[in-house]
Design a protein around this ligand. Structure first.
Ligand SMILES: [Zn+2]
Length: 255
């Protein structure tokens, strides 16, 4: 079982779900977690992708937790999340500190992040690089998850693009509720530093790593590059099975 924990279907691609799932199959992936960013994509649109994706699309929700500081029209994030999970059937929450305008350790996140824990779903945060000029890299610094993990001990927190060279392995080892997702950063550094992927997986615990590539249509290379570093990592088949899909199945209550 191979689940890509970090994929996108962009707003302009909502009618290309067959192409998306077809590429996943070609690339050897059984299902992709589709991550939206509120308010740029609706939770309804994601639920629609899940319906059309015939078991290959796992949908996450997104809410705007700090609308009043970003000027984005405010919806109650708790009501939106509850609806997304209990009515639309979405299986996790994606939040983006740089695009949505908050720091990863802002105490104001506690209500919505704790609510996700109560609903039994994990929260995946973008960490690391910023592309747009306005997104402050400092706000997405992975080390800030140390504080959030303490403030929200009953919610699974997933660091997206977790930097294997930074504090990520310590955080995963220190906090029962912190997991690392591998997209972009693990292929970049793993290619340059042989042995890195195995060491970081073993230090963090193989039960704490989630295979992700940031795949979207036209981005096959991201899957190829990520697979290359894991396939050559020297990890045991048991550890690889957890990273590729076992951990995702457990966290998302898939059967
Ligand atoms: Zn992404």
């Amino acid at each position: 079982m191979k689940i890509d924990f970090h994929t996108h279907v962009w707003n302009t691609q909502l009618d290309q779900v067959d192409e998306f799932t077809g590429r996943l199959t070609e690339l050897g992936i059984d299902a992709g977690v589709v991550l939206p960013i509120a308010p740029y994509m609706t939770n309804e649109a994601v639920a629609d992708l899940v319906t059309k994706g015939a078991g290959k699309v796992i949908g996450f929700a997104s809410v705007v937790p700090f609308a009043e500081t970003t000027g984005i029209p405010r919806e109650d994030p708790l009501a939106t999340l509850d609806h997304a999970v209990n009515t639309l059937g979405l299986r996790g929450l994606k939040l983006h500190p740089l695009i949505q305008g908050f720091a990863l350790n802002d105490p104001g996140l506690v209500p919505v992040v704790s609510a996700a824990g109560d609903l039994g779903i994990p929260v995946l945060f973008h960490t690391g690089p910023a592309n747009g000029r306005a997104g402050r890299i400092e706000n997405g610094r992975i080390t800030l998850l140390d504080d959030l993990a303490i403030m929200c001990p009953n919610t699974v927190l997933i660091a997206g693009h977790a930097d294997p060279l930074g504090d990520a392995p310590y955080l995963a080892r220190k906090h029962k509720n912190v997991y690392l997702e591998t997209s972009i950063s693990w292929s970049r550094w793993g290619k340059l530093i042989p042995g890195l992927v195995r060491q970081v997986v073993e230090e963090s615990g193989p039960d704490k790593i989630l295979y992700g590539t940031d795949f979207s249509l036209g981005r096959d290379q991201r899957v190829v590059d990520t697979d290359a570093v894991f396939e050559s990592s020297g990890l045991s088949s048991d550890a690889l099975a957890l990273v590729y899909g076992g951990n995702a199945v457990r966290l998302l209550n898939l059967s």
